[in-house]
Design a protein around this ligand. Structure first.
Ligand code: NAP
Length: 241
């Protein structure tokens, strides 16, 4: 088994996921760059290595059972265990998500990637996480999934969103269920919001840098043993459900 801390970041070829991988790599960790496109994955691995990180490519499409099973096998063969899983990969489904004229295909696709994908990857990686001395699961959520904020007419919560925002609410609920199931296992499971960050996801309209967006995931990936589980956090602290 590897002596280094081993992490896997899904959707790590660009945006916030790439910066999470870079941040964990800077800690001296060995970081699996989970990405579905070979060219984008290898480019990211090369860039991370050039920056001094111990990065390795993990072919991974979170919507595909065989891909996720193969990713778990690759990590098992390489490291024998997994210490930290960051479920970062997500899609918006596009930005016309009027509830009253919802495109059901868009809703299904967002849930398939942002929720079912997280469950698929988490369950595949759990046997490897159970072999870790300090296992952590970080689910990259969004404050647009906060029902408290969405139902506050004074809060700034983005456009109407019948697919993306509810998928993050669903992900938050899934995070709580994992925390409940794993409470006695030592595996800390939390959701993080990166803030409005300039990436492909929002046509680079975000106001934070991907590096700033990655900070909360790095914080939740490095929680001490007595750290929280089943919570939802942003840089400023707890996000209300
Ligand atoms: N940006 C923001 O303002 C913001 C705010 C709140 C929360 N978030 C959350 O932060 C996380 C990262 O978002 P981002 O802004 O960095 O988005 P991004 O730049 O669009 O990156 C998304 C990543 O997810 C990957 N991905 C999508 N579908 C996938 C699949 N089926 N299998 C594997 N990988 C897949 C993408 O890969 P490809 O390159 O192959 O498409 C890409 O690497 C997401 O969970 C997002 O919801 C972002």
């Amino acid at each position: 088994m590897s002596e280094h801390t081993i992490a896997l970041v899904t959707g790590a070829n660009k945006g916030i996921g790439y910066e999470i991988a870079a941040g964990l790599g800077a800690l001296g960790w060995s970081v699996g760059v989970g990405a579905r496109d070979e060219r984008r994955r290898e480019a990211a691995v090369e860039k991370l290595r050039a920056g001094g990180a111990d990065a390795f490519g993990v072919p991974l499409d979170v919507t595909d059972d065989a891909s996720v099973t193969a990713a778990a096998a690759l990590i098992e063969e390489r490291a024998g265990r997994l210490d930290v899983l960051v479920n970062n990969a997500a899609i918006t489904g596009g930005w016309t998500q009027e509830p009253t004229t919802a495109d059901l295909a868009v809703v299904r696709t967002a849930v398939e990637t942002n929720v079912i994908g997280v469950i698929r990857v988490t369950d595949a990686m759990l046997p490897l996480l159970r072999r870790s001395a300090s296992p952590r699961i970080v689910n990259m959520s969004s404050s647009v999934g906060s029902l408290t904020r969405q139902s506050d007419p004074e809060a700034s919560t983005g456009p109407l969103s019948m697919a993306y925002a509810p998928s993050k609410t669903f992900l938050n609920a899934v995070t709580v269920q994992y925390a409940k199931a794993l409470r006695d296992s030592g595996i800390l499971v939390n959701a993080g919001c990166p803030g409005f960050t300039a990436t492909d996801l929002n046509g680079f309209r975000g106001v934070r840098t991907p590096e700033q967006g990655a900070a909360i995931a790095i914080q939740l990936a490095t929680l001490p043993t007595d750290g929280p589980t089943g919570g939802f956090f942003e840089d400023a602290g707890v996000v209300p459900w």
